[in-house]
Design a protein around this ligand. Structure first.
Ligand code: PMP
Length: 448
């Protein structure tokens, strides 16, 4: 440890690790001057702790990705075993972990989705989906929606609708944004927004390769469309010879009380993207699964795409063990059951706090949208808050929750409640009582 970094000298209250991190690490999605990392030292079950002895219930599964929680020993063991048996072989070699994971994904994904391109993140899974859709259809445009996040690299940020795209604009050509199924306080009915998309596709005149959506919108506010929405969207896409791509990076692997978000609506997409819960964040892993018809197209057209770490054996071993754990521990059913309890408890919070405008979601994928004015949708701050400097009221609420021992993520006026799947009713009760206190902060900040 360099001497000049000792805590006594600088007196900044940071631990040595925090000081090193602050000095040498370039933070994600942030003004570097505002990055203030907390040193974490361990985790177990649905909790994690820091170097000062604080402990939190992980009420957002970190970035909605640690679906198995922090004690998935079978996944940790599979990683260690694979690393010892041969940590890396080039994508051209077949490894048991990757082959079996491919077979497993064909089993758990809907319809005849069966051939998987492996990568290392949700972003890359979306990049591959865009490229596959363009090459397969021979068309260029991708229609996605405003309230969406699909990744950070140029292709995936270009199809992203939320403000994080703005600094990357103009992005790649041929990306078009459509309205969202956002029912709360909105003038546009979700089902009517679909007819708008139908009209858009007609006016684009057979140039659209795919419609790309999160079946349940994640970081943009946990938007669950009406039951008939996704089936009708698929119909509209197919009427215009466009594919339906479901981005299941956040909604997948039990989060919504089904294997995938699209299963909630019984829809089988043409292409599906996955990451996060796929390995339960034990190792970086993304996947893009397609139907045999789409896969067959590439028998005779070169798929010009790939990364050194595509199908990394260690990540694939983690993915296979994670899926086996979901199955063996019946975690999808558990998420559905305990998720409905969570929904009831959030509704109680809404009844007690005037600043809770809306609670919504399914399974363990839920949101609390705040409002500044009782009975109306008046956000604290603007939709651009996530790329502006400084704290918003929603950040103050999450800070109050953290002080009380609950970690909860937030995005644009909405708290994202997405705990690890093994959470129990008593963990939920404990976290809800902390949120109950934290929401006093937004109640007090309301318009009088
Ligand atoms: N798609 C969705 C729906 C996501 O929620 C995310 C990440 N939050 C991504 C894609 C990008 O995934 P990653 O951060 O692993 O690149």
């Amino acid at each position: 440890m360099p001497d000049e970094l000792s805590q006594e000298e600088t007196g900044d209250g940071r631990t040595d690790v925090e000081r090193l991190d602050k000095e040498y690490v370039f933070g994600t999605w942030s003004y570097q001057s505002e990055v203030e990392p907390t040193e974490v030292t361990g985790a177990g079950g649905v909790r994690f702790r820091d170097a000062r002895g604080n402990e939190w219930i992980d009420f957002s599964a970190q970035l909605m990705c640690s679906n198995l929680g922090h004690s998935a020993d079978a996944v940790a063991d599979a990683i260690a075993e694979q690393a010892r048996d041969g940590a890396y072989f080039a994508p051209g070699y077949a490894t048991e972990a990757r082959a079996k994971l491919g077979e497993k994904l064909a089993e758990v994904t809907p319809g005849d989705l069966s051939r998987t391109f492996f990568s290392t993140s949700g972003t890359e899974a979306v990049e591959a989906a865009i490229k596959i859709a363009r090459m397969y259809t021979g068309k260029q445009k991708i229609v996605s929606r405003y309230r969406s996040y699909h990744g950070a690299t140029y292709g995936s940020i270009s199809v992203t609708g939320d403000p994080r795209r703005l600094k990357a604009e103009p992005g790649i050509p041929g990306t078009i944004k459509a309205p969202d199924p956002y029912a709360y306080g909105s003038t546009l009915d979700p089902m009517e927004s679909l007819e708008y998309i139908d009209e858009m596709l007609m006016l684009e005149g057979d140039t659209v390769a795919a419609v790309l959506v999160e079946p349940i919108v994640g970081s943009n506010g946990i938007l669950v469309p009406p039951r008939e929405y996704l089936p009708r969207l698929k119909e509209i896409a197919h009427d215009h010879d466009a594919l339906l791509i479901c981005d299941e990076v956040m909604a997948g692997f039990g989060r919504a009380g089904e294997w995938f978000g699209c299963d909630v609506f019984d829809v089988k997409p043409d292409i599906m993207t996955m990451a996060k819960g796929l390995s339960s964040a034990y190792a970086p892993l993304g996947a893009t699964i397609v139907t045999p018809e789409i896969a067959n197209h590439f028998e005779d057209e070169m798929f010009c795409h790939g990364h050194t770490y595509a199908g990394h054996p260690v990540s694939c071993a983690a993915g296979l063990a994670a899926i086996e754990t979901y199955q063996e521990e019946n975690l999808i059913e558990h998420a559905r059951e305990v998720g409905s309890y969570l929904g009831d408890r959030l509704d109680e919070l809404a009844a007690d706090h005037p600043s809770v405008g809306d609670t919504r979601g399914v399974g363990l994928f839920r949101g609390i949208e705040l409002t500044k004015r009782e009975g109306e949708r008046v956000p604290f701050g603007s939709r651009l808050d996530k790329i502006s400097r400084g704290n918003t009221i929603v950040d103050d609420v999450t800070a109050a929750a953290a002080d009380g021992g609950v970690y909860v993520a937030s995005m644009i006026n909405t708290l994202i409640i997405a705990p690890p799947l093994p959470i129990t009713e008593s963990d939920i009760d404990e976290a809800i009582s902390v949120l109950d206190d934290a929401l006093e902060v937004s109640d007090e900040a309301m318009d009088q």
